[in-house]
Design a protein around this ligand. Structure first.
Ligand code: HEM
Length: 537
């Protein structure tokens, strides 16, 4: 059968200059010296010891000894594909980002899908959140939309992320289990951090066992900001809607698949792209004008909340097509460095306290994962537009900067590289007014943890509810400490008795008393433990 021709784009062509084909070539050392033999080390006598002077042996072995880099601290197992994005109509009303205002432009993208908890060699279909990270190589620089397949998150403040991850990763004393949600420390974290109530409902739903990467939604999770050329700003949530629809496997299928084909999702994606069955997603936007910031009964900066689609409809504004597999998984999928802080003019941040901390974490981890400050020079991370500044040197530097001036301001080099005014494409941060006392605190507007969790439960069909009851029973059944199980049952009885009762029965534990659906006020009282009181003004 004839394979479709490989699709290309500006980014793939740029990568092409780094491709090296070794097949059919002479064998040399890294210094270009042709070698007569690659099978036998240099010995003192045929049966004698290997000689120190065997530079060929040493070079080959040393390189091999250094082949591994650390896996990502989270999202270690992933799979990447190239593609393109095109906006349907100009979104200039909301943003000045060029890739969102020029409908004739196809912007190259690289997407990496992942699980969160398992290590690089773990199975593809555990019950887990999936990462959905998109790098747009725009003419104004790289823009990264680093999302997940679930629209909310476990925690409200980035300072808790190390705690969350320590709880969901394999337990440190025995490195068991790979599965995030099937052990004591995970449930202990959930029960003691009740802001996770909404997320745990999504995690125990079929959303966390997708049928295929091609059949998952994606969400930016945080509230971001779009800014137009006139300087007007809009709050925005980003969505990816798969044109194949959203589909999951059943838990029984997931367990069998993990045994029979741990590469199930990567194989599915690789084969679809190889066969020309290119997966597609529409980019969706939910937009709230600045003036409406406080019109909702939840805080729009709270990453444990969705914006209900019936109130704030998702506008489908463009399409992404994934159409080319990588040539080399290490050089592309592993070396790619996503970061929510990679933005272009017209896209900005908000004060979501989870987002604010992410803006620090990604570059920081990549400095060690990718070995120093020059990982932006790795082929997959280079923008397709030129980049110039006064940064110099460092481990692994590839660029040869010509000239003697590497400081600003200067007159010797006519003050280059020159800052660029906003009207000519320079990035200008949105001038949000900020004032307040320095406090370690959480706003009381973040305190209702249960209303949306209950809304999620109520939106489920009977079959979906049954799957969730089974999921809670199975996963919580792996939690060996009874007191933790009881705490979780108490917690979910704040969401729905219809859920808590059968789970308690399945676990052979006392059924918690039925609780009225918490109002904002009651829920706020319940979470006081975690909320620091506002200081007197
Ligand atoms: C990967 C930190 C929350 C999506 C990572 C990595 C770190 C990290 C350190 C590894 C990056 C690398 O090695 O290149 C954090 C922190 C968070 C947070 C501190 C909260 C405070 C989130 C949220 C989302 C998300 C809310 C989704 C909206 C991802 C994805 C990846 C990732 C998709 C994998 C990127 C890839 O494929 O290379 N995160 N994360 N993270 N994170 Fe987060």
């Amino acid at each position: 059968e004839k394979k479709p021709k490989k699709t290309t784009n500006e980014k793939v062509e740029q990568l092409g200059q780094y491709y090296t084909v070794d097949e059919g070539k002479d064998l040399t050392t890294n210094q270009g010296l042709k070698m007569t033999n690659d099978e036998f080390s240099l010995k003192a006598g045929e049966r004698g010891p290997t000689l120190m002077e065997d530079f060929h042996f040493r070079e080959k072995m040393t390189h091999f000894d250094h082949e591994r880099i650390p896996e990502r601290v989270v999202h270690a197992r992933g799979y990447g594909v190239h593609g393109e994005f095109q906006v349907y109509e100009s979104l200039e009303r909301y943003t000045r980002a060029k890739f969102l205002t020029d409908p004739t432009k196809k912007t190259p993208v690289f997407v990496r899908f992942s699980t969160v908890a398992g290590s690089r060699g773990s199975a593809d279909v555990p019950r887990d959140v999936r990462g959905f990270a998109v790098k747009f190589y725009t003419e104004e620089g790289n823009y990264d939309l680093v999302g997940n397949n679930i629209p909310v998150f476990f925690i409200q403040d980035a300072i808790k992320f190390p705690d969350l991850v320590h709880a969901l990763k394999p337990e440190p004393h025995n490195e068991i289990p790979q599965a995030a949600t099937a052990h004591d420390t995970f449930w202990d974290f959930i029960a003691n951090n009740q802001e996770s109530a909404h997320m745990i409902m999504w995690a125990m739903s079929d959303r966390s066992i997708p049928r295929s990467y091609r059949m998952m939604e994606g969400f930016g999770v945080h509230t971001f900001r779009l800014v137009n050329a006139a300087g007007e700003a809009f709050f925005v949530k980003f969505h990816w809607k798969p044109l194949l629809g959203v589909h999951s496997v059943c838990w029984d299928e997931a367990q069998k698949i993990n045994g029979k084909d741990p590469d199930f999702h990567r194989r599915d994606l690789y084969e679809a792209v190889e066969n020309g069955d290119y997966p597609e997603w529409e980019l969706g936007l939910q937009i709230i004008p600045e003036a409406d910031e406080f019109k909702f009964d939840f805080d729009i900066l709270d990453p444990t909340k969705i914006w209900p689609e019936e109130d704030i409809p998702v506008q489908r504004v463009g399409k992404m097509t994934l159409n080319r597999n990588v040539e080399n998984v290490f050089a592309e999928t592993e070396q790619v460095a996503f970061h929510p802080g990679h933005v272009v003019p017209g896209i900005d941040f908000t004060n979501d306290p989870l987002l604010q901390g992410r803006l620090f974490s990604y570059t920081d981890t990549q400095l060690i994962r990718l070995g120093g400050p020059n990982f932006h020079e790795l082929p997959i991370n280079r923008p397709v537009c030129p980049f110039h500044n006064n940064q110099r040197d460092g481990y692994g530097r590839q660029t040869i900067n010509v000239g003697r001036v590497s400081y600003s301001k200067n007159s010797l080099a006519n003050n280059t590289p020159r800052p660029v005014p906003a009207e000519d494409g320079g990035y200008e941060h949105y001038q949000e007014k900020v004032e307040g006392r320095k406090v370690r605190a959480r706003s009381e507007s973040f305190a209702d943890h249960f209303t949306q969790a209950a809304m999620f439960w109520n939106s489920m069909s009977d079959v979906e509810k049954e799957h969730m009851i089974n999921a809670f029973s199975f996963e919580l059944g792996k939690c060996e400490t009874e007191s933790v199980r009881i705490q979780v049952l108490e917690m979910i009885s704040n969401i729905s008795h219809e859920l808590a009762k059968p789970v308690a029965e399945n676990l052979g534990l006392p059924v918690p008393s039925q609780k009225p659906l918490l109002t904002d006020k009651a829920s706020s009282a319940l979470s006081q433990m975690n909320t620091v009181k506002k200081p007197d003004t």
